[in-house]
Design a protein around this ligand. Structure first.
Ligand SMILES: Nc1ncnc2c1ncn2[C@@H]1O[C@H](COP(=O)(O)OP(=O)(O)OP(=O)(O)O)[C@@H](O)[C@H]1O
Length: 341
């Protein structure tokens, strides 16, 4: 089997080799039928772009989430088993790797450990938590750091390509587990899915334009996720029937004015929230720079998020990126006009 073939920036070329321990299990369709009560509607956890996900229990008692992929016409172009094999060998405690799969007849299913605390989307915006806050600032900082670590590790092997809050699940300890990585190799490009992704607010401008997945693109998406985590706002907000606003458009003016209190998720009722979460906002803004080459790498992001020194924080805050470019222009213009008088 040839590992690490690559195409259009999505692949594994030039990356570190993955450990060769056996990681995945091949499930029979019968086994998964029995685990999910024949893919019963009551077992359904939800539906994504690529298929439906069902809760199930295996014969050893463990709980799983089974993703039943939609049929696609050009399946012969992709060797499903080979690609799942590769992905399932990428292992990190904050990645949700494929535990096994089934490839029988027209059916292609992916099996994951079940994550009882749902996704970051449900926790930040879900109905069940309306009014109440399920994630305090300590939990949010942990999620930010661990998710960044998982992505930094992932970048040794593959580009994620679809970083967003619905792909960060929370385990029983509220530890984040990043899922759906490397799908570009597993599932053929589909126009509708690509379009839906371009409009979700997480995709970097250059990735929207080129349709390619890159590490810098993942960094941008992670930056949006950081801002979402701190503000509790969705990446794109509908203001009225005709107007939408991106989260960066809303955050940046407040950062320029150093109004961090207004940036914070108003559901967070703790003391000193601004102090605790300010770094996440600043790092988020660094990640969402329009010019891809100016963005930090995921390893640099981890370093910034983990560094507790006051000196580093002051250095970060002094970055010209957080100064209002319009005000600077205005000040220079004012100075010139004063000199001329
Ligand atoms: N391992 C899991 N444990 C618990 N819930 C899961 C698990 N995997 C997926 N889900 C839930 O199943 C639903 C569908 O997930 P899926 O990954 O297919 O779609 P999505 O991430 O919502 O959207 P997309 O397909 O566009 O990525 C989501 O609500 C998700 O939180």
């Amino acid at each position: 089997m040839q590992l690490f073939t690559s195409c259009c920036g999505k692949g594994f070329e030039g990356k570190k080799k993955v450990e060769t321990e056996p990681a995945r299990k091949i499930f029979s369709l019968k086994e998964l039928h029995s685990a999910t009560n024949s893919f019963n509607y009551d077992n359904k956890l939800g539906e994504g772009r690529f298929g439906s996900v069902y809760w199930g229990q295996l014969s050893d008692g463990s709980q799983v989430a089974v993703k039943r992929l939609k049929a696609w016409s050009n399946r012969e172009e992709i060797d499903f088993a080979v690609e799942v094999e590769i992905l399932s060998r990428i292992r990190h405690k904050n990645l949700l790797s494929v535990r096994g799969y089934c490839d029988e007849g027209q059916e292609r299913l992916l099996v994951y450990d079940y994550m009882p605390n749902l996704s970051l989307v449900s926790n930040l915006h879900g109905q069940q938590y309306s009014g109440e806050c399920s994630l305090d600032s300590t939990a949010r900082i942990k999620i930010a750091i661990r998710t960044a670590q998982a992505l930094a590790y992932l970048h040794h092997h593959v580009v994620h390509g679809d970083v967003r809050a619905s792909n960060v699940l929370l385990d029983s300890e509220f530890e984040p587990r990043v899922m759906d990585f490397g799908y570009g190799k597993l599932i053929p490009d589909d126009e509708e899915a690509t379009k839906a992704r371009s409009n979700n607010g997480y995709l970097s401008p250059e990735c929207v334009a080129s349709g390619k997945e890159t590490e810098a693109g993942d960094v941008y998406s992670f930056g949006i996720l950081l801002l979402e985590l701190v503000t509790g706002k969705r990446p794109i907000e509908r203001l009225n029937a005709t107007t939408k606003r991106g989260i960066t458009e809303w955050v940046l003016p407040l950062v320029y004015e150093r109004k961090f209190g207004e940036v914070m998720d108003q559901k967070l009722k703790e003391e000193k929230v601004e102090e605790k979460l300010k770094k996440l906002v600043l790092v988020g803004v660094m990640c969402v720079q329009t010019e891809a080459e100016k963005r930090p790498t995921m390893s640099q992001v981890v370093e910034m998020l983990m560094n507790e020194s006051k000196e580093k924080m002051s250095e970060l805050e002094a970055n010209p990126l957080f100064k209002n470019p319009y005000r600077e222009h205005q000040e220079v213009a004012d100075e010139i006009s004063e000199e001329q008088q």
